[in-house]
Design a binder for this molecule. Structure first.
Ligand code: ZN
Length: 477
């Protein structure tokens, strides 16, 4: 860990973010510009995200599969909007085995095309529907401006792909997965996202419509943290995904796709992190409790380590780590684990051993205020409750911060001020013109249109025409 002080979020938010990612050993820069090396600690967090999501996907009837990394170029061109949307970001392989390929291969930026091709082969009749598949994979998008986790050339994600017999079923699926992402974000990551419909300008290339979850970061900028697309019959027509219905008539399927990526790690870092570094929600933290033994000499060390070893055996239901590095001071270790965002720290010294207690420090409440003395008796149960309390407190704090920074400006002048350092929740007439002007003049974009709309009507915050829906506007990553 670097000895240099971490820049505060107020001083330089962007540098604070980069430094936290590097110093907490979440990720590192790669030799290829825009690529990222995810270090073991960052990958452990991703694995916990994967497990939490995968469980929910399976509970809703989905199964996992794996599709190829290479996609024939001609596939990318079959769906008109898809090719226009993704062409600028494609990485293309032209040579293989030292020879020019007959047909260039796109490195998948997403897998609608190759999965559409497979679905067309697998689906024959209505009995084959719905088909509910997910894949955990890496994808490549040739981004120009990159940031660790937030936007990288290659990233990891899951992409769900489903085919249905009716438009209603496809829409139900699209919304269901939006709800799955929302519950995951709230319940596991303590990130209070706002679900809603994307505007046409922000809709996925090839989709009829797109839903997203949007999170507010510590600098009040928005981060799109997951998307769910209703693809209508666009890909079904492009790839001939058809089925025979009960009357033996050939019909096109209705398909969906939905994804959440390693970008979500950025959402966790920027929702919860403070000036001491990362703060990880207990349910996802790779290490939930770190134990720091404190001893001044060998005699004390052997007494303390005896108790630490017993504790290790008792706390098998937790993800724990014993920091028994002897060359470092306890103070250094405290800072180190604070930087890495471990929710609870147990300190045990010889006096604690004598009294049958431990000192526990909460990461979410810095300093002495967050320290409590707990009895060794029944410690498993107390720690379990304490972790749940930390999880709840983190969600409550993030929610309070989010709500304090969402405003309802009364006119466009107030709107411009609001989106400088927060979000606006404003009436919008639905015209792309207004959306474009707002973006040009304020750099704020329409994030999404929540499904639960307030009663009544208003006037568009930009043009003043009658409006029947409200949208969130904010600067975004
Ligand atoms: Zn308008």
């Amino acid at each position: 860990m670097s000895d240099e002080k971490l820049p505060t979020r107020a001083e330089n938010y962007s540098e604070w973010y980069n430094q936290v990612v590097l110093r907490a050993e979440m990720a590192d820069y790669a030799p290829v510009r825009g690529c990222m090396i995810i270090r073991p600690y960052g990958w452990a967090l991703w694995e916990n995200i994967q497990q939490a999501l995968d469980k929910r996907f399976k509970q809703t009837g989905h199964v996992n599969a794996a599709f190829p990394l290479f996609i024939p170029m001609s596939f990318m061109e079959r769906e008109a909007h898809h090719v226009v949307g993704f062409s600028p970001e494609l990485a293309v392989v032209t040579h293989g085995g030292g020879e020019l390929l007959e047909e260039p291969l796109a490195v998948r930026p997403t897998s609608e095309t190759i999965i559409g091709y497979s679905f067309a082969k697998w689906i024959k009749s209505y009995r084959d529907l719905p088909l509910l598949v997910n894949q955990w994979a890496n994808v490549v998008r040739w981004e120009m401006r990159t940031r660790l986790f937030l936007r990288t050339l290659e990233f990891y994600w899951q992409e769900g792909h489903t085919a249905h017999a009716t438009a209603e079923e496809a829409e139900f699926e699209t919304r269901q997965m939006l709800e799955v992402y929302t519950r995951f974000a709230y319940d596991e990551a303590a990130v209070p996202v706002l679900p809603g419909l994307k505007t046409p300008a922000e809709t996925f290339a090839g989709a009829d419509h797109t839903y997203s979850i949007e999170a507010m970061m510590g600098d009040t900028k928005a981060l799109q943290s997951g998307t769910s697309h209703n693809l209508g019959q666009n890909f079904a027509r492009a790839f001939d995904i058809q089925y025979l219905d009960v009357n033996n008539t050939l019909q096109y399927c209705w398909t969906t796709s939905w994804g959440l990526s390693t970008r979500f790690i950025g959402a966790i870092i920027m929702t919860h992190g403070d000036d001491n570094g990362l703060m990880l929600p207990p349910r996802l933290a790779p290490i939930q409790i770190v134990i720091v033994p404190i001893a001044r000499n060998d005699e004390e060390r052997s007494r303390v380590m005896e108790v630490v070893d017993q504790l290790k055996k008792r706390l098998v239901d937790f993800r724990i780590k014993v920091d028994d590095r002897t060359e470092l001071t306890p103070g250094f270790k405290y800072h180190d684990w604070e930087m890495r965002g471990v929710p609870l720290r147990i300190e045990i010294g010889p006096r604690d051993v004598d009294q049958g207690v431990v000192t526990v420090a909460r990461r979410d409440i810095p300093g002495k205020v967050g320290k409590i003395t707990l009895a060794m008796d029944g410690l498993e149960e107390t720690l379990k409750l304490l972790l749940e309390e930390v999880q709840k407190a983190m969600l409550a704090r993030a929610t309070a911060f989010r709500d304090a920074n969402i405003h309802e400006p009364k006119d466009y002048a107030a709107f411009r001020e609001v989106v400088e350092n927060g979000w606006a929740f404003s009436w919008w007439c639905g015209s792309s013109d207004c959306e474009v002007h707002i973006k040009e003049e304020t750099k704020a974009t329409a994030r999404n249109i929540p499904l639960d709309q307030p009663e009544g009507h208003g006037r568009c915050i930009y043009c003043g025409q009658p409006a029947s829906q409200r949208a969130y506007f904010a600067k975004a990553y």
